[in-house]
Design a protein around this ligand. Structure first.
Ligand code: HGA
Length: 605
């Protein structure tokens, strides 16, 4: 979702800006644009097509300059149209790009209209451009500090001014922004990945920071306008994952990378010890009396799965909350809870806000499970476990989810140990099973041809039901989400015992019902629920293992999972559901890696 790149240099920066946008493309966007300072004027090019198209436009128009900004937009306010794409201009003097949402845009628009400004777009962003112009003092750095004080909401912005040709000013509050340091040139971006190959010297701006970027120096002030020094880090942004290799889509590649991603995530874990979560983990884990998990989307389902583990194995009471709800809810804070945030990118706006909300309520024991070591989430949590899924490009999360589950299982075992509930022989047995996961997933991936055959049937449907019980209920939820996201088939998941309380009314012979049915303690109950479906003509598609004793018959299709994996079974059972969604989407011809209306890192509320 949304990307910013900016530069001041003594060379033509167009290729750096375009390359930066390309590196951020995988996050999803609907339009893009670039603006440069050229011969005393602001020039721009915008497109609702891909960055490659923008690159052509820019080349044809010979847009070359030393100072400029660029953006990939994922529309929140105003349709994805050229006139709404960033950069936005104000009176030919100010050019600005923005990630985030300005909540008081209506009020500011009225004020600026009254001051004579005309609006060309329906975006909230354009108000910031006009506001900066309106308040312009002759010093852009000073003006941006004044302007940002008037904004409510979340933003990362990059701005430059016709009258100050060698300066770009950036500011952030609620959305990430980094500075890249070069030799006689400096850069801004929403992610260090955008600058890979240009510079690895990175400063992560903090909440409320405003930065003055010039060729030979940078100057940062904090939210109170005080000059501050921020640490420079050497960041080797990972770029290798952007290659597809033999796969048709990134999602397919990432599904097949799961054995390696899990092995990498578990690498170095020889035994269970709190230190793997951070130096103070033992002290914190000793103190806490419960767990509060905050997450969104697929990460939320990882959290729901972990609740079953944490309560059953570690005996620690666990609540799981959707971050976008928790942040606004009057809840009862518990300073002795361990707050666990889960986020692939570590920049998910709602999860970050939920974390800050918990911290503001005196909940200081914080831990994140995150795939980006340098993200805001990792910086703002006291403890962390970094999954090593590698860069995930497909919008529909796959390997990030299974590696989150692996990390959450480690957390479960660690809390169980600290609470005196993990005898050594259990620890050894669990670790052995975890180490075997990559091989077990490889065996599940070999089921792909059978899943492709099912996908042909699913592609013709408009609705699907997913059922699971116990620890496999969150997996059913994740399977339904995957199918919705990329095939646009309406899918719902239910704990199978709930069927008769409503959803059974939907079941006809037109309704495929996917059932996650390993031989766990709920299997006999689940079989009864499956009978309820068959009795109404519903067609069952069942993922079972040998011990489930479910065989194919009329209206009952069974794919046999290679082996039963006890408590770790959810990690295996989600894999065929990912493949089912992928092949169904493929059969329907959707844009698998960039599903409509969705973006990768959800950095806006
Ligand atoms: N709210 C702004 C920016 C959204 C965003 O962060 N896009 O990438 C808009 O709708 O243009």
């Amino acid at each position: 979702m949304c990307g910013i790149v900016g530069a001041v240099a003594q060379r033509n920066i167009t290729p750096i800006l375009v390359e930066g946008l390309k590196r951020l493309e995988y996050r999803g966007y609907d339009s893009c644009g670039i603006a440069l300072h050229i011969e005393g004027k602001l020039e721009r090019s915008r497109s609702t097509s891909r960055v490659a198209e923008l690159e052509k436009q820019v080349a044809e128009a010979h847009l070359e300059g030393f100072t400029g900004i660029a953006h990939t937009r994922w529309a929140t306010h105003g349709a994805p149209a050229s006139h709404n794409a960033h950069p936005h201009f104000s009176r030919g003097r100010i050019a600005l790009v923005h990630n985030g949402i300005i909540e008081n845009h209506d009020e500011l628009r009225d004020e600026l209209r009254a001051a004579g400004y005309e609006f060309e777009s329906q975006t909230d962003t354009e108000v910031i451009a006009h506001l900066v112009d309106h308040l312009y003092t002759g010093d852009l750095f000073e003006t941006v500090q004044l302007a940002t004080r008037r904004l409510t909401g979340a933003f990362a912005i990059a701005v430059f001014c016709r009258d100050e040709p060698h300066r770009v000013v950036g500011a952030r509050r609620g959305s990430p922004l980094i500075v890249g340091l070069g030799d006689g040139e400096n850069f801004l971006a929403s992610d260090a990945l955008a600058l890979a190959g240009t510079t690895d010297q990175i400063i992560y701006l903090e909440e409320g920071d405003v930065v003055d970027l010039q060729m030979q120096r940078i100057w940062i002030v904090d939210a109170n306008g005080r000059q501050v020094a921020r640490e420079v880090k050497t960041v080797h942004a990972h770029t290798g994952a952007v290659e597809l290799g033999p796969y048709r889509h990134y999602m397919q590649k990432e599904i097949f990378e799961q054995p390696r991603a899990i092995a990498d995530t578990l690498e170095g874990v020889e035994s269970i010890t709190p230190d793997i979560f951070g130096d103070d983990a033992y002290k914190v884990f000793k103190k806490i009396d419960s767990v509060l998990i905050l997450a969104c989307g697929t990460s939320y389902y990882a959290g729901l799965t972990a609740k079953y583990w944490l309560e059953a194995v570690a005996g620690v009471r666990t609540d799981v909350e959707i971050a976008s709800e928790y942040r606004y809810r009057d809840s009862v804070p518990n300073p002795n809870a361990l707050v666990v945030t889960i986020s692939q990118s570590g920049e998910t706006a709602d999860t970050l806000a939920a974390l800050r909300h918990a911290q503001s309520q005196d909940m200081q024991h914080t831990l994140t499970i995150c795939n980006a070591a340098t993200s805001a989430m990792v910086r703002e949590c006291a403890l962390a476990y970094i999954t090593r899924a590698g860069v995930e490009v497909g919008v529909a999360s796959t390997k990030a989810f299974t590696t989150q589950l692996a990390a959450l299982f480690l957390l479960t075992l660690t809390l169980a140990q600290v609470k005196g509930r993990l005898p050594e022989e259990r620890e050894v047995a669990f670790l052995k099973e975890m180490r075997h996961l990559p091989a077990a997933i490889t065996a599940v991936l070999a089921l792909e041809p059978q899943i492709i055959a099912w996908a042909e049937a699913f592609a013709r449907k408009e609705n699907a039901l997913f059922l699971g019980r116990g620890i496999h209920y969150p997996i059913a939820l994740e399977g339904a989400l995957k199918l919705k996201e990329i095939s646009y088939i309406h899918a719902e998941a239910y704990p199978a015992g709930e069927l008769k309380h409503g959803p059974l009314a939907l079941v006809t012979e037109e309704m495929p019902v996917v059932t996650v049915a390993p031989a766990d303690s709920m299997i006999e109950k689940l079989k009864s629920n499956m009978q309820e479906v068959r009795a109404r003509g519903g067609e069952l598609y069942v993922f079972a293992d040998g011990d489930s004793r479910i065989t194919s018959s009329e209206g009952v299709h069974v794919i046999r999972m290679p082996e039963h994996y006890g408590l770790l079974s959810p990690i295996l059972h989600v894999v065929p559901l990912q493949l089912l969604a992928y092949h169904t989407a493929l059969a329907r011809g959707t844009d698998v890696d960039k599903p409509r209306n969705l973006a990768k890192s959800v950095t806006v509320e």
